[in-house]
Design a binder for this molecule. Sequence first.
Ligand code: FES
Ligand code: FES
Length: 184
Amino acid sequence: MTSTTATTAQAGAGGAPGAKKRPRTILGLTLNGREREDLIPDGLLLLDYLREVAGLTGTKQGCDGGECGACTVLVDDQPRLACSTLAVQVQGRRIETVEGLTEGGTMSPLQQAFHESLGAQCGFCTPGMITAAEALLRRNPDPSVEEIKTAMGGNLCRCTGYVKIIESVQVAAAARLTRKGGRS
Ligand code: FES
Ligand code: FES
Protein backbone atom coordinates (compact mmCIF):
# COMPACT_ATOMS: atom_id res chain seq x y z
CA MET A 1 0.00 0.00 0.00
CA THR A 2 1.19 3.45 -0.60
CA SER A 3 0.33 5.22 2.61
CA THR A 4 -2.17 4.79 5.38
CA THR A 5 -1.65 8.22 6.85
CA ALA A 6 -4.98 9.81 7.66
CA THR A 7 -5.54 13.10 6.00
CA THR A 8 -8.61 15.16 6.59
CA ALA A 9 -10.33 16.80 3.72
CA GLN A 10 -13.48 18.82 3.75
CA ALA A 11 -16.46 17.54 1.89
CA GLY A 12 -18.33 20.32 0.29
CA ALA A 13 -15.19 22.16 -0.73
CA GLY A 14 -16.13 23.84 -3.92
CA GLY A 15 -19.82 23.26 -3.11
CA ALA A 16 -22.53 25.74 -2.28
CA PRO A 17 -21.36 28.70 -0.19
CA GLY A 18 -22.25 28.16 3.44
CA ALA A 19 -22.75 24.43 2.98
CA LYS A 20 -21.81 22.55 6.15
CA LYS A 21 -18.38 21.02 5.89
CA ARG A 22 -18.15 17.33 6.76
CA PRO A 23 -14.73 16.05 7.76
CA ARG A 24 -13.47 13.16 5.73
CA THR A 25 -10.49 10.90 6.13
CA ILE A 26 -8.51 8.66 3.85
CA LEU A 27 -8.90 5.28 5.50
CA GLY A 28 -6.12 2.82 4.80
CA LEU A 29 -6.42 -0.76 5.99
CA THR A 30 -5.99 -4.38 5.02
CA LEU A 31 -9.36 -5.93 4.31
CA ASN A 32 -9.50 -9.69 3.89
CA GLY A 33 -5.85 -9.73 2.93
CA ARG A 34 -5.97 -6.85 0.46
CA GLU A 35 -4.73 -3.35 1.16
CA ARG A 36 -7.06 -0.52 0.20
CA GLU A 37 -7.71 3.15 0.75
CA ASP A 38 -11.04 4.97 0.71
CA LEU A 39 -12.07 8.55 1.36
CA ILE A 40 -14.80 8.27 3.98
CA PRO A 41 -16.77 10.52 6.31
CA ASP A 42 -15.25 10.54 9.79
CA GLY A 43 -18.55 9.45 11.31
CA LEU A 44 -19.00 6.37 9.12
CA LEU A 45 -19.53 3.16 11.08
CA LEU A 46 -17.26 0.25 10.25
CA LEU A 47 -20.40 -1.79 9.52
CA ASP A 48 -21.55 0.70 6.90
CA TYR A 49 -18.05 0.97 5.46
CA LEU A 50 -17.88 -2.79 4.99
CA ARG A 51 -21.35 -3.17 3.50
CA GLU A 52 -21.74 0.03 1.50
CA VAL A 53 -18.22 1.11 0.58
CA ALA A 54 -16.41 -2.22 0.36
CA GLY A 55 -19.50 -4.14 -0.81
CA LEU A 56 -19.04 -6.92 1.73
CA THR A 57 -22.60 -7.66 2.82
CA GLY A 58 -21.78 -10.83 4.76
CA THR A 59 -21.48 -8.76 7.92
CA LYS A 60 -25.02 -8.18 9.20
CA GLN A 61 -26.86 -5.58 11.25
CA GLY A 62 -29.19 -7.38 13.61
CA CYS A 63 -29.98 -4.75 16.24
CA ASP A 64 -29.85 -1.08 17.04
CA GLY A 65 -26.31 -1.43 18.28
CA GLY A 66 -24.20 -3.65 20.50
CA GLU A 67 -26.79 -6.28 21.41
CA CYS A 68 -26.69 -9.19 18.96
CA GLY A 69 -23.19 -9.83 17.62
CA ALA A 70 -24.36 -10.25 14.01
CA CYS A 71 -21.89 -7.55 12.95
CA THR A 72 -18.82 -9.23 14.49
CA VAL A 73 -15.64 -8.91 12.44
CA LEU A 74 -11.99 -9.54 13.25
CA VAL A 75 -9.66 -6.61 13.86
CA ASP A 76 -6.09 -7.87 14.14
CA ASP A 77 -7.49 -11.30 15.07
CA GLN A 78 -9.78 -9.92 17.81
CA PRO A 79 -13.58 -9.97 17.55
CA ARG A 80 -15.13 -6.52 17.33
CA LEU A 81 -18.65 -5.19 16.78
CA ALA A 82 -18.65 -3.30 13.51
CA CYS A 83 -21.87 -1.51 14.47
CA SER A 84 -20.17 0.08 17.46
CA THR A 85 -16.88 0.97 15.77
CA LEU A 86 -16.10 3.94 13.60
CA ALA A 87 -14.29 3.04 10.41
CA VAL A 88 -11.60 5.61 11.21
CA GLN A 89 -10.84 3.69 14.40
CA VAL A 90 -9.43 0.79 12.36
CA GLN A 91 -6.98 2.96 10.46
CA GLY A 92 -3.98 0.82 9.52
CA ARG A 93 -5.46 -2.35 11.00
CA ARG A 94 -6.10 -5.79 9.55
CA ILE A 95 -9.81 -6.50 9.13
CA GLU A 96 -11.39 -9.84 8.33
CA THR A 97 -15.04 -10.48 7.54
CA VAL A 98 -16.81 -13.79 6.99
CA GLU A 99 -16.00 -13.49 3.28
CA GLY A 100 -12.31 -13.43 4.11
CA LEU A 101 -12.44 -16.60 6.16
CA THR A 102 -12.87 -18.87 3.15
CA GLU A 103 -9.91 -20.99 2.09
CA GLY A 104 -8.95 -21.14 -1.56
CA GLY A 105 -12.38 -19.98 -2.64
CA THR A 106 -14.23 -22.68 -0.72
CA MET A 107 -15.59 -22.97 2.77
CA SER A 108 -13.08 -23.25 5.60
CA PRO A 109 -13.40 -26.20 8.02
CA LEU A 110 -15.21 -23.85 10.39
CA GLN A 111 -17.68 -22.71 7.75
CA GLN A 112 -18.11 -26.31 6.61
CA ALA A 113 -18.79 -27.40 10.18
CA PHE A 114 -21.57 -24.83 10.58
CA HIS A 115 -23.07 -26.06 7.32
CA GLU A 116 -22.85 -29.79 8.04
CA SER A 117 -23.57 -29.72 11.77
CA LEU A 118 -26.62 -27.50 11.33
CA GLY A 119 -25.12 -24.57 13.16
CA ALA A 120 -26.96 -22.32 10.74
CA GLN A 121 -30.70 -22.23 10.07
CA CYS A 122 -31.91 -18.86 8.74
CA GLY A 123 -28.23 -17.90 8.64
CA PHE A 124 -28.59 -14.30 9.72
CA CYS A 125 -26.45 -14.68 12.83
CA THR A 126 -24.02 -17.07 11.14
CA PRO A 127 -21.39 -14.59 9.86
CA GLY A 128 -21.03 -13.12 13.35
CA MET A 129 -21.01 -16.59 14.92
CA ILE A 130 -18.32 -17.81 12.55
CA THR A 131 -16.13 -14.76 13.05
CA ALA A 132 -16.44 -14.99 16.84
CA ALA A 133 -15.64 -18.72 16.67
CA GLU A 134 -12.67 -18.07 14.40
CA ALA A 135 -11.25 -15.62 16.93
CA LEU A 136 -11.72 -18.20 19.68
CA LEU A 137 -10.05 -21.04 17.76
CA ARG A 138 -7.07 -18.87 16.85
CA ARG A 139 -6.29 -18.18 20.49
CA ASN A 140 -7.58 -21.48 21.89
CA PRO A 141 -7.50 -24.34 19.36
CA ASP A 142 -9.19 -26.86 21.65
CA PRO A 143 -11.82 -25.00 23.70
CA SER A 144 -14.17 -26.60 26.19
CA VAL A 145 -17.93 -26.18 25.88
CA GLU A 146 -17.82 -23.57 28.63
CA GLU A 147 -15.07 -21.68 26.83
CA ILE A 148 -17.12 -21.73 23.62
CA LYS A 149 -20.17 -20.44 25.47
CA THR A 150 -18.14 -17.65 27.06
CA ALA A 151 -16.43 -16.61 23.84
CA MET A 152 -19.68 -16.52 21.90
CA GLY A 153 -21.87 -15.19 24.67
CA GLY A 154 -22.38 -11.90 22.84
CA ASN A 155 -23.71 -13.57 19.70
CA LEU A 156 -27.46 -14.15 19.67
CA CYS A 157 -29.38 -16.67 17.57
CA ARG A 158 -33.15 -16.85 17.23
CA CYS A 159 -33.24 -20.23 15.47
CA THR A 160 -30.86 -22.91 16.65
CA GLY A 161 -31.06 -22.97 20.43
CA TYR A 162 -27.24 -22.79 20.39
CA VAL A 163 -26.63 -26.55 20.82
CA LYS A 164 -25.85 -27.02 17.13
CA ILE A 165 -23.68 -23.91 17.10
CA ILE A 166 -21.56 -25.24 19.95
CA GLU A 167 -21.33 -28.62 18.21
CA SER A 168 -20.24 -26.88 15.00
CA VAL A 169 -17.39 -25.13 16.81
CA GLN A 170 -16.33 -28.42 18.41
CA VAL A 171 -16.37 -30.19 15.01
CA ALA A 172 -14.34 -27.36 13.49
CA ALA A 173 -11.83 -27.43 16.34
CA ALA A 174 -11.33 -31.18 15.88
CA ALA A 175 -10.92 -30.79 12.12
CA ARG A 176 -8.36 -28.02 12.54
CA LEU A 177 -6.39 -29.98 15.11
CA THR A 178 -6.40 -33.06 12.91
CA ARG A 179 -5.21 -31.01 9.99
CA LYS A 180 -2.35 -29.64 12.07
CA GLY A 181 -1.51 -33.13 13.36
CA GLY A 182 -2.52 -32.21 16.89
CA ARG A 183 -5.13 -34.90 17.25
CA SER A 184 -5.31 -38.43 15.79
S1 FES B 1 -25.66 -5.20 14.79
FE1 FES B 1 -26.18 -6.11 16.70
S2 FES B 1 -24.34 -5.97 17.87
FE2 FES B 1 -23.85 -5.02 15.99
S1 FES C 1 -29.62 -19.24 12.43
FE1 FES C 1 -31.26 -17.80 12.41
S2 FES C 1 -30.66 -16.29 13.85
FE2 FES C 1 -29.16 -17.84 14.06
